[in-house]
Ligand binder design. Sequence first.
Ligand SMILES: Nc1ncnc2c1ncn2[C@@H]1O[C@H](COP(=O)(O)OP(=O)(O)OP(=O)(O)O)[C@@H](O)[C@H]1O
Ligand code: NI
Length: 332
Amino acid sequence: MTADRAPDTAPVLDVRDLSVRFRMRGGNDIAAVSGARFSVAPGECLALVGESGCGKSVLASALLGLLPANAATTGSALLGGDTDLLTAGERTLARTVRGRRIGLVPQSPAAHLTPVRTVRAQLEEALRELTGARGSDLPKAALAAAARASFPEGHLDRYPHELSGGLAQRAATALALIGDAPLLLADEPTTGLDRDLVERTVDELRRHTDTGRALLIITHDLAAAERVADRVAVMYAGRIVEIADAEDFFQAPGPRHPYARGLLAALPERDFAPIPGMPPELGALPEGCAFAARCGHADDRCTAERPAFRADLACHHAPTGRTHPLKEAADA
Ligand SMILES: Nc1ncnc2c1ncn2[C@@H]1O[C@H](COP(=O)(O)OP(=O)(O)OP(=O)(O)O)[C@@H](O)[C@H]1O
Ligand code: NI
């Protein structure tokens, strides 16, 4: 899939050195995202993975202008080659970006659905606004929109508080798919769904990319990521530590970063061996590599000096780019 991509295709989203700091009372700032750099091409699905609290949702909120007032953002995030999402301003984001140029499946769907309106009413409103559907076309279009996200027809007249977590998730996904935005940003779109529905949902999200649209999916479900992604970006303690082709990552030769290898090894269907220790506090990050304290490969340099993100990897054990440091070490 990735190999078929024309090399000169301009990215739908191009994020450069994105950082988000939360200013806290007492001066102990939280570095929620640091120096994130990635792009998503037309027709591509990029999965952003990493443990809870590593900054995935903050990154997504930064792209949509949905951060709270105590957040300070630097860097750039170019949408469609012409709009820097970080400087665009609320008016532009509200009028032309959110819902129209970027569809969002939010992490807490219940909080994003309008509490006083039924799912059907919300779908019809989004259809009117984003597709121009009118009158007698609306009911049929609402049914079709619900079906895309496997939302059962019999529940369309429920209010958000009458929905289970999984149903609220599907309602939010149905809403996000309306309008066929050039970029779909799905933050944990499969929470609360059983495996069968997880697969149907991610397959539907994937279909969004069939016509050159892009998908950025945030998930800690690595099986779901493997199912849909062309490339995988791994985040740890606010930093992207590796970006890899999904096939290389999940099959052979496997991830290059020790943290990413640990994530895969922790899966029940693999070694079921959790990474020892805990990630550092984002308000008190160590000077060197944030993963050093948990890494079996760490040496003095790792604790002293933070590895730069080069050739899609931030690890001192790969100074020359795309070679596979851990594999080489094992072969030696
Ligand atoms: N408004 C805020 N003020 C201060 N810190 C915040 C704020 N919002 C988020 N954070 C912190 O930013 C960090 C990253 O949070 P984020 O929600 O992005 O994690 P995540 O990777 O999406 O995790 P999960 O997988 O659990 O959704 C966390 O340490 C969180 O406590
Ligand atoms: Ni999150």
